[in-house]
Structures are given as structure tokens and as C-alpha cells.
Write a protein that binds this ligand. Structure first.
Ligand code: Q46
Ligand code: ZN
Ligand code: ZN
Length: 322
């Protein structure tokens, strides 16, 4: 991770990580300090959280969600976790174990929801039944269940572990399409509305690599494998493109996204649909919707009517098409 003999920028002790975008190396202690500072800065600048917020962290068992939970607790916030078992074969089984072990070791409260046990379907089946890419049914289900758990549990803020790489890749995709509505909504804080909590991304100033390093230094075990259903996803291609640029020009990724927030997002304010006109409660689950049934209930209805589909079948079909 760092050239032999490199010294920490802060204390001149032996460095464990080089951060080319900061043009510096850091020892373990000062690397952790930098991460805490970056999170505190993001929270402060975008008024993401207050000490009174009751926070629910969406936890997947991967490095980012465990790191953001760990960081918030370290910074003195009260935060519980929520893990959703999506039924994506072994990936889901193992990711759930990591999330539960993290919470148990730190005596933190983790709420768990199993999509198949509690709602009668899983993501591979939903992908097949809705004939959409798996991430579409998955995103709809996660959003719905996070909102519902937050509302029912009296939480005021829902935190996700989206990092700088994630947000820059989404921005890259939105920019390639000049999708003004999506660009206008790509903010690190979405305010509370209709009784739902605000949604917050405290890791926007930290990269994927930094979050992996945070977990290693802090002794956090996390699931290294990515979700198998993400394979072939455009998001991964955008990340690879940005990484190639970053390699040539360190700091590009951060300035692309963070300067968008500073310079462009204010100009786009108001260009995104507010999404609140014509909302009424879903007749099946009560969630606000503009349609007959909410998006989640539509996915659930179709998926429950379909015979269970093993994840391997969806993956092999996906590979055949590419
Ligand atoms: S879990 Fe779900 Fe992700 Fe897997 S199916 Fe796609 S959205 S990639 S963060
Ligand atoms: Zn140091
Ligand atoms: Zn519904």
C-alpha cells in the first residue's frame, strides 16, 4: 500500500498508506484521524446529522456500511443498524454473518429483515418475475424496507455507506446522459418528507480504498466479494473509467464530485421533480405512492406469483446475454 521508508505527513513515523490525492502518506493513527475529519467535515458542511438524531444505518456486511457505522459511533452518534437478507444465494448468507458479527462484537443493535421469510420472495426471483435487471427490483425493495423500518422504529435519519467512488460513478453516468432531473437530486442529504426520515451519505469525502483501509486498521471483518448480481453493471464500468483518470491525475475523482456539489448542484436546485404531487397511501402497505399499488407491492405481487428462482439461474442467463 505504501513504498518502504515512507513517512507519515503528520508525525513522520512509519506510514501504512499513501494517499496520492492528498499527496501524502499516513501512519495508522493519523490515517484514522483523517477519515474521522473527512466524515465530520461532510456532516458539518451539508448539515447531515445533529446529536439528537436517531440514526439507522443500512448495513450490507461490506466495508463501506460497516465503516460508516463504526465511524458514526466513534464520532459519538447514536446509531442502530438494519440488515436486509435479499436471498442472493451464498452472498446473502455470508454478508448477513459479517453484519451480525460486527454488531454482536460491539454490542450494537442490528435489526434484520429477511425478504423471503417475511415477504415471500427474494431478489433473483423478483428479477425473473419482473423481467428487469436484478438491481432494479433490489433497489425498490431496499428503499421501501429501509423507509418502513426507519418510520416504524422512530428513526430520524437513514444513513447509507455510499462513498466518493460510488457518488462519482453515479454522477458520471448522469452526466453522460445529461439527466438533469437525476443530477438535481444527486445530493448527499435528502430531507425528511411525508413522515420518512432524511437520507444521508456521510462517506462522500472518502474513497473505496480508504474505507477498506479503515476496516483493516480497525480490525473490522467485512465481506470482500461484491454482490454477484452487480456483474456487468454500468456502474462498475464508470468506476473503472474514473479510476483510470484518477491514476493519471490524482484528485480528479474528488474534484469531479465535490466541485459538482459546490458549483453545479446549487444551479440545478429546483430542476428535480419534487415527487410529492399526487401522493396517496398504497392500498396494500400504506406507503406513499402515485400509482395504484406502490412499486414495492407491485414487485412483491409479481414475485410471489412466480416459482422461486435460484441465483445461479439468473447469473447464467445474464452471462449468456453479454
Ligand atoms: S445488492 Fe441489490 Fe446491489 Fe446486488 S442486486 Fe444490485 S442493488 S448489486 S448494492
Ligand atoms: Zn502519524
Ligand atoms: Zn405498497
Amino acid at each position: 500500500m505504501v513504498a518502504a521508508g515512507s513517512k507519515c505527513r503528520t508525525c513522520r513515523g512509519p506510514a501504512i498508506i499513501d494517499l496520492p490525492r492528498h499527496n501524502a502518506n499516513f501512519c495508522a493513527e493519523h490515517f484514522l484521524e483523517l477519515c474521522r475529519r473527512q466524515v465530520a467535515k461532510a456532516i458539518d458542511k451539508f448539515e447531515m446529522l445533529t446529536p439528537d438524531d436517531r440514526i439507522l444505518v443500512a448495513v450490507s456486511g461490506g466495508k463501506d456500511s460497516l465503516a460508516v457505522w463504526d465511524l458514526l459511533i466513534e464520532l459519538g452518534y447514536q446509531a442502530d443498524g438494519l440488515y436486509i437478507g435479499l436471498g442472493i444465494g451464498e452472498y446473502s448468507d455470508v454478508s448477513g454473518e459479517y453484519a451480525k458479527a460486527f454488531a454482536a462484537e460491539r454490542a450494537l443493535h442490528l435489526i434484520t429483515i429477511d425478504l423471503r421469510d417475511e415477504y415471500g420472495f427474494d431478489i433473483p426471483t423478483a428479477a425473473k418475475a419482473t423481467r428487469r435487471v436484478p438491481c432494479s427490483a433490489c433497489g425498490t425493495s431496499k428503499r421501501h424496507l429501509f423507509d418502513k423500518a426507519a418510520l416504524e422504529g422512530g428513526y430520524t435519519a437513514l444513513v447509507t455507506g455510499h462513498n466518493l467512488d460510488d457518488e462519482a460513478a453515479v454522477l458520471f453516468g448522469n452526466t453522460l446522459r445529461w439527466d438533469v432531473e437525476y443530477l438535481a437530486r444527486q445530493l448527499p442529504v435528502l430531507p425528511a418528507r411525508d413522515g420518512f426520515p432524511k437520507k444521508v451519505k456521510p462517506l462522500i469525502r472518502l474513497t473505496e480504498r480508504e474505507m477498506a483501509a479503515w476496516c483493516i486498521v480497525r480490525g473490522i471483518d467485512y465481506l470482500v466479494d461484491e454482490c454477484p448480481m452487480a456483474l456487468g453493471n454500468k456502474h462498475l464500468a464508470y468506476k473503472a473509467a474514473l479510476n483510470a483518470i484518477e491514476q493519471e491525475s490524482p484528485g480528479s475523482k474528488a474534484s469531479f464530485y465535490l466541485n459538482f456539489l459546490d458549483n453545479m448542484a446549487p444551479l440545478l436546485a429546483g430542476a428535480g421533480a419534487s415527487g410529492v404531487e399526487g401522493l396517496h397511501p398504497c392500498p396494500s402497505c400504506g406507503a406513499p405512492t402515485t400509482g395504484d399499488l406502490c412499486a414495492f407491492c407491485r414487485v412483491a405481487e409479481k414475485s410471489r406469483a412466480h416459482e422461486p428462482v435460484p441465483v445461479e439461474l439468473v447469473l447464467s442467463k445474464g452471462r449468456g446475454r453479454r
